[in-house]
Design a protein around this ligand. Structure first.
Ligand code: MGD
Ligand code: MGD
Ligand code: MO
Length: 759
């Protein structure tokens, strides 16, 4: 097909990384920062005495390496440390109705919020409010609720352990377990799936394991954009000739070829390293079938090759193998091929590579978890590893790529809506009160309660709750039903503009900034994807003298809400060591917390599977079968595609840094639908046609989005669009029944051509 020119859509042939990444970093610095501050800032990122990069949760080697270059880390840091400000004068000259017409990019690009602000209905603007007045107002509304369970306490995973722990204690003392969090939309399938499989809801690998592994299988994640420091690790492995087998419906450039900006030879010679040894463009939602195919093939090999399975590991450490194997044996190869879009021969090749490897790591991200059977998907990955004893020996294990830089830490220090009797008992002995005995709301249930009008207050410790959730129409409604919304944020976002009766924005210090309390400068702590806990200390002067730290704001709200609180809030925030002592008292895994975070690099929390200890009901690792082959409810009918929602290279979740997605060849726009050439032809469409994408889920056909269809290297039957623009196409309760994670990665849609013009 002779392709026509589509504005802003060009082929990108270069490798990922390289000079393009350096150029993009320089641009981020120039656009956002005072140039004099930039070197200080970037040199302190992930250093022993510096701050933890707010970009991603990938660990650093001991936090002691020399400056590690990372384009998207630099974007995250410069976006926070921007010179741009949103003072009260900005709010005075823009009504909320007017701001609602702005794009997400325009809203956040205005810069840092400088003062606490409260919505004034008369003028339809936000007006400055004193801190004490704001706390008093929040306290009064919270105390006035007939039932504490009518309030929701949302956490986005950037909050420190100290802030998240105080939030946990405050809301539970107030009387609710309503803790919706970003993890509910992200790796909840991992947090729910892995404890049943291996007894812990976290990854089991360490960075050192990558030095010893013989094979990496990478499923459903895009590290060149979302975990850029992982590219250094993959680059090293690829150079060691470790095969890296990728499963992804889109050909993501960084997984194909990467030029390491730290490597003077690659930079000087414009050469790059091939990352994936083999790239399988699985169908969207086809990973479970692919995994079942690989495991079926391993079992077939085991009939003639005694070493194909680790019989000793299976016998000593696992449970359920016989039924699991029987399910695989009875699954038909033709059905597997149809469900994943890959051939039996391809899957047998993966199985052969797997059987050859003595130490395998499987890495995975949102392409695995955000499906209607995300929990079972994660358990299939774990089962694949168990077949050959790939737990508890060097170079092996499961590696979920966590999202926000401290999302894992937030969960460890108690951000969960679930009742945990052991933890509740320790809260009682530490603080003298016991949290309520029933489960609270997760993210989707919190929004459902807001829509129904049964939850009236929402307090957000970071994030952009209503825009991150599915079904934007319903989210808008839920926000507008509230009596009070409280947003602890650094920057203006759309959730602030969806006002109900009252709305208050409380501007917080970011990670890059100095946090000074009564006892002097404070450090906070975070936990990375590999369970390493370490300290982080900001260096820059705060964006405004009116900002407060997250712990101090939570303490302020708590004191105004609970006059008879059992917690000495003032004492705790005077010195964060005292908060950490309380964390240690509630969570004994943090033994000697304050001592151990003073070691460069911090410490690792205990992880059973690394010692082949399984905290499951049976005391063994469990083989848990995947029923059938479909990850998501199949919608019958011709022309139904599976839409997956994606992050661009210039984006951090709902934060849009810019309008380019360099590696996918999209520039200055986000209104595109990625589609394979073959599907374009079959639908009688041309590259650049304006189309209407509408939900194919019964009852949701009215949900529509206009996009420009563009030819892209993506598997057939699968289409892609950007998040959060496409979120309205995903129903609120279209989710994994076990973990309740929304199935953002597999929305059935139909596509209709609107007119012949190039859009
Ligand atoms: N710069 C930057 N860094 C980030 C973020 C960000 O937005 N920007 N977000 C942070 C957060 S909160 C998270 S959770 C992580 C997200 O990191 P990722 O997990 O990498 O997130 P996504 O971009 O949503 O998509 C993942 C990949 O899955 C593929 N995919 C889509 N559907 C399927 C499928 O059905 N099967 C398979 N095998 N693959 C599929 C997509 O093509 C894409 O390459 O990154 C974190 N880091
Ligand atoms: N369709 C679709 N939807 C998705 C996803 C998807 O892949 N597809 N991914 C889901 C995932 S994985 C996640 S994690 C969620 C993300 O959901 P959230 O975590 O709620 O969203 P973010 O966009 O990360 O939040 C951005 C806001 O955080 C604030 N902020 C930034 N830094 C700080 C800080 O240091 N402190 C405080 N208090 N505030 C700060 C800024 O004001 C900014 O506006 O979205 C989910 N939604
Ligand atoms: Mo996430």
């Amino acid at each position: 097909m002779e392709k026509r020119e589509v504005p802003g859509v060009h082929r990108y042939d270069a490798p990922a990384g390289g000079w393009g990444a350096l150029k993009a970093t320089a641009k981020a610095v120039v656009e956002q920062m005072h140039l004099a501050e930039a070197p200080l800032l970037l040199l302190h990122t992930n250093k022993p005495d510096g701050f933890d990069c707010p970009g991603c949760a990938w660990p650093d080697k001991d936090h002691t390496s020399t400056f590690q270059f990372c384009e998207n880390g630099a974007k995250a840091v410069t976006w926070e440390a921007t010179k741009k400000r949103v003072p009260p004068e900005f709010f005075a000259s823009h009504t909320v109705s007017e701001l609602l017409e702005w794009s997400d990019y325009q809203l956040e690009n205005e810069g840092r919020i400088t003062h606490p602000m409260a919505y004034d209905r008369g003028s339809d603007t936000y007006l400055p409010i004193d801190w004490d007045e704001a706390f008093a107002r929040i306290g009064s509304v919270l105390r006035g609720l007939p039932d504490p369970n009518m309030a929701e306490f949302y956490t986005s995973g950037r909050a420190s352990n100290e802030a998240a722990f105080l939030f946990n204690i405050f809301a539970r003392e107030y009387g609710t377990n309503n803790f919706p969090d970003c993890s509910n939309m992200c790796h909840e399938a991992t947090s729910v799936g892995l404890p049943k499989s291996i007894g812990v809801g976290k990854g089991t690998v360490s960075l050192e394991d990558f030095d010893h592994c013989e094979l990496i299988i990478a499923m459903g994640h895009n590290p060149g954009t979302n975990h850029p420091r992982m590219m250094g690790t993959l680059h090293e492995c690829a150079r060691r000739h470790v095969p890296i087998i990728v499963f992804n419906p889109l050909k993501e450039r960084a997984l194909e070829r990467f030029a390491d900006p730290q490597d003077p030879i690659e930079m000087g010679t414009f050469r790059s390293t091939d990352i994936a040894s083999t790239y399988y463009q699985v169908k969207v939602g086809g990973d479970a079938a692919a995994l079942k195919g690989i495991m079926k093939s391993v079992l077939e090999m085991a009939e003639t090759n005694d070493d194909a399975l680790d019989h000793a590991f299976i016998a000593e450490h696992t449970n359920g193998f016989i039924d699991f194997a029987a399910d695989l044996k009875s699954t038909d190869w033709v059905d597997i091929e149809n469900a994943c879009g890959l051939s039996r021969a391809d899957l047998e090749r993966v199985a052969a590579a797997y059987v050859k490897s003595k130490a395998t790591i499987v890495t995975f991200g949102m392409g695995i978890t955000q499906h209607a059977k995300g929990t079972q998907n994660v358990q299939q990955i774990s089962a694949l590893l168990m077949l050959r004893g790939n737990y508890g020996k060097p170079g092996t294990g499961i590696c979920p790529l966590r999202g926000h830089s401290n999302v894992q830490g937030n969960r460890t220090v108690g951000i969960t809506e679930k009742v945990d009797d052991v933890m509740f008992g320790r809260v009682e002995t530490t603080f003298g009160f016991r949290p309520p005995p029933h489960h609270g709301h997760d993210a989707v249930n919190a929004m459902k309660a807001m829509v129904a009008g049964s939850s009236k207050v929402l307090v957000c410790l970071g994030g952009n709750f209503s825009i991150a959730l599915p079904d934007t129409d319903l989210s808008y409604q839920g926000m507008r039903n509230l009596d009070l919304a409280v947003h602890l944020n650094t920057k203006l976002n759309r959730s602030h503009l969806l006002v109900g009766k009252e709305s208050i924005i409380l501007p917080v210090l970011g990670r890059t900034e100095r946090d000074i309390q009564a006892s002097g400068p404070q450090s906070i702590t975070v936990e990375d994807s590999m369970t390493m806990v370490h300290a982080s200390r900001g260096k820059l002067p705060p964006a405004s003298e009116h900002l407060r730290s997250e712990p101090a704001i939570i303490a302020g709200i708590a004191m105004a809400t609970l006059p008879n609180s059992k917690v000495d809030w003032k004492d705790l925030i005077a010195d964060y060591d005292r908060i950490r002592d309380k964390i240690e008292s509630v969570y004994p895994d943090f033994k000697d917390y304050n001592l151990r975070i003073r070691h460069p690099g911090g410490f690792r929390l205990p992880l059973g599977p690394t010692e082949r200890i399984w905290h499951t009901k049976s005391g063994k690792a469990e083989f848990l079968p995947f029923t059938g082959l479909e990850e998501d409810p199949a919608v019958a009918g011709p022309n139904v595609f599976k839409l997956t929602t994606l992050r661009s290279h210039d984006q951090y979740n709902t934060t849009i840094y810019g309008l380019d997605d360099r590696y996918r060849g999209v520039f200055g726009r986000r209104d595109v639908l990625f589609m394979s050439e073959a599907d374009l032809v079959a639908q009688d469409l041309e590259h650049g046609d304006l189309v209407e994408v509408n939900s194919a889920l019964p009852g949701y056909e009215h949900k529509r989005l206009r996009l420009t269809a563009i030819a892209h290297d993506i598997s057939r039957g699968s289409v892609g669009a950007y998040y959060p623009e496409a979120n309205n196409l995903c129903p609120l309760d279209y989710q994994d029944k076990e973990s309740r994670t929304p199935s953002y990665k597999s929305i059935p849609v139909r596509i209709r051509k609107l007119d012949a013009a190039v859009a």
